[in-house]
Design a binder for this molecule. Structure first.
Ligand code: SF4
Ligand code: SF4
Length: 618
């Protein structure tokens, strides 16, 4: 079974309000921005954390599915409603409509707890009148009972040993209906959901619905006062038990003397009042000399009631409803019922379930104070954590209930560190930004330089009379000048107008293998090929290929040997080569023959001069 109260971690915003508000410190704060954890064993089911949690991360166990299962069963279904209905359903004009709406859900009989209140009140009256020297704490409120069992187990013998009115009424109803029945209790105290689990047999409640859950069912089944007829509560009806939701409603129902000068019972209500009065009762009962009737106050407030309006107005509604119920009341009949059903056993026992945490040592407390950033002499006690003093906070910190982050001094000093860290980070960020700006400027300059260099190279390549081509290791053209395109022919020239420099073109598609293999060779072996004549279509090309980046980029210089300017230069070059070779021969012959060689040299030199002159005049 799900715990009575649980936290949906994903909704939690780590505000720690629930940790601060829990009257029994059943919620532990956890570091690392995790949602707090509710200790199910320590929880007393007051529901305060649920109402305090703004993001609605805390919820109580839903009983809607259980109720639907009961409603769809073939067995007889009984509903018992709390007298608090008057404070919750003030939007329903007549309580008879309310009864009819419940019956429309498929309920066979609807009873009011107020008769159970009357029975229990009567028991209390007799019990208090039969005073045997022990003072008692009333035990109608399951939150109060749980608080005593878990945090003041020594007071268990001082709890009045009777069941609560809702259990008393269940016993009445189960006695009246002999057949098998399912009982649904409808009321505002969510702790009743756990209380019901304690009883089997004639006190067994099969499902506890809160008022918001009942409204949910009305809505789901489309039930409202306009589509039902009047109906009435089943008997036995309550008398003054309708006043039960009020602080001293039970005492009034019991007609116990409340005169402040003579009374033996003090009525107390509220969270702080419950905690303090029971604490005081434990230590000072000999001085108090009174029974205490304690309510946590959830009959008109808390998460089990959806009307969050003004409390006094709700009290007014309860009184108005009680007056209406007891007007024309058949007191004799009620008295007879009271006598009859009072014969049932309404006794109950309580069980210690000590959840008190051991007190930490002084050393542990001092360690916690130090961690909070508090010095021994520091008594600032700002109370912002919700504690009366730093020491109290430190004690709970040592017990593992709160974490230092909840202390504003710690949070502040931590935020200082955080701010310093933030400042450092900002400074680093500023330096990084500046570096980035400088790098960007440098890259831009380099980019501009590279662009200028590229433009310069392109211009220079275009000035050359030879065809220039640069290819990558896949023989794709990286760059080529216009002379290269001209050498390749018209088609290549047209393409170069669209793709300048034939960038990306495949050399293998432009040349035959005997030419492009020369480039492959240079790229593979990283050795130059100098002045190789090759045939391309109808042209004789003179090709030199050389590596630019070993194995990656190679360059080629190509000259069309049929071009006039190339022809003349080439003739001169080649005649020079012939002369050099002949001269070498002549020198060798001269060396052998001695005379006559100089005349031949003169003749050949004159041929060279002629061609050079020709070149200059062109
Ligand atoms: S009150 Fe709600 S949001 Fe705040 S810490 Fe508790 S569960 Fe989380
Ligand atoms: S229901 Fe009450 S006792 Fe339980 S965790 Fe919430 S505030 Fe604490």
């Amino acid at each position: 079974m799900d715990p009575l109260v649980s936290i949906k971690d994903e909704r939690c915003t780590n505000c720690f309000i629930c940790v601060k508000i829990c009257p029994v410190k059943a919620i532990r704060a956890i570091s690392d921005s995790k949602a707090p954890k509710i200790d199910e064993n320590r929880c007393i089911g007051c529901g305060d954390c649920i109402d305090a949690c703004a993001p609605k991360a805390i919820q109580y166990r839903s009983s809607i599915d259980d109720a639907k299962t009961i409603l769809s069963s073939k067995e007889k279904k009984i509903a018992i409603t709390s007298p608090s209905i008057s404070a919750e359903f003030n939007d329903i004009t007549d309580y008879r409509k309310f009864v009819a709406m419940i019956k429309s859900l498929g309920i066979d009989h609807v009873y009011e707890t107020s008769f159970g209140v009357d029975i229990v009140a009567n028991k209390y009256m007799n019990f208090f009148n039969d005073f045997k020297g022990r003072y008692y704490i009333t035990s109608c409120d399951p939150v109060v009972v749980s608080f005593v069992e878990k945090y003041h187990p020594k007071l268990i013998p001082n709890l009045v040993p009777f069941v609560s009115p809702k259990i008393a009424m269940t016993k009445v109803v189960r006695t009246k209906h002999k057949e098998k029945i399912n009982v649904i209790y409808i009321g505002p105290e969510i702790a009743s959901k756990d209380e019901a689990l304690l009883y089997r047999g004639d006190g067994q409640i099969d499902c506890v619905l809160s008022f918001p859950e009942l409204r949910h069912l009305f809505e789901e089944f489309d039930i409202n006062e306009n589509n039902v007829d009047f109906s009435v509560f089943d008997t036995p009806l309550g008398f003054k038990g309708s006043l039960y939701p009020l602080r001293n409603g039970l005492i009034q129902a019991a007609e116990i003397d409340e005169n402040l000068l003579t009374t033996h019972v003090i009525s107390i209500e509220g969270k702080k009042a419950m905690v303090e009065s029971i604490e005081e009762f434990e230590h000072n009962v000999k001085v108090i000399h009174r029974h205490i009737h304690v309510n946590y106050g959830n009959s008109l407030t808390g998460p089990g009631i959806s009307n969050k309006g003004n409390r006094l107005f709700k009290e007014h509604l309860v009184i108005k409803y009680a007056n209406k119920r007891i007007s024309n009341f058949f007191r004799a009949e009620w008295y007879q019922d009271l006598e009859n059903y009072s014969l049932l056993s309404f006794d109950r026992k309580f069980k210690a379930n000590d959840q008190r945490l051991p007190d930490p040592s002084e050393e542990e407390i001092q360690k916690a104070l130090k961690l909070m950033g508090k010095k021994a002499e520091d008594t600032s006690d700002c109370n912002q954590c919700g504690y009366n003093s730093c020491r109290e906070f430190a004690i709970d910190m040592a017990k593992g209930i709160v974490i230092p982050e909840m202390c504003s001094t710690f949070a502040l000093s931590h935020s200082k560190t955080f701010n310093e860290t933030l400042k450092e980070l900002n400074e680093k960020l500023a330096i990084t930004r500046q570096t980035l700006r400088e790098t960007e400027a440098k890259v831009k300059t380099e980019h501009d330089s590279a662009r200028q260099a590229s433009e310069l190279t392109n211009a220079m390549l275009e000035k050359l009379r030879a065809g220039i081509v640069i290819v990558d290791y896949k023989l794709k053209i990286v760059k080529a000048n216009s002379v290269f395109c001209t050498i390749l022919g018209e088609e290549a020239e047209e393409i170069s107008e669209i793709i300048p420099g034939l960038v990306g073109a495949d050399l293998k598609k432009l040349f035959a293998p005997d030419i492009y293999n020369l480039f492959s060779y240079v790229l593979t072996d990283s050795e130059s090929i100098d002045s190789r004549d090759v045939i391309h279509k109808d042209k004789i090309l003179n090709l030199s290929v050389f590596p630019i980046i070993n194995n990656q980029v190679a360059g080629g210089i190509i000259r069309d040997m049929k071009a006039p300017e190339v022809q003349r230069a080439e003739v001169i070059k080649r005649v020079s080569e012939v002369i050099d070779k002949n001269l070498e021969m002549v020198q060798q012959i001269g060396f052998l023959l001695g005379e006559g060689a100089s005349d031949i040299e003169k003749m050949l030199n004159s041929v060279i001069k002629f061609y050079e002159q020709e070149k200059r005049t062109k």
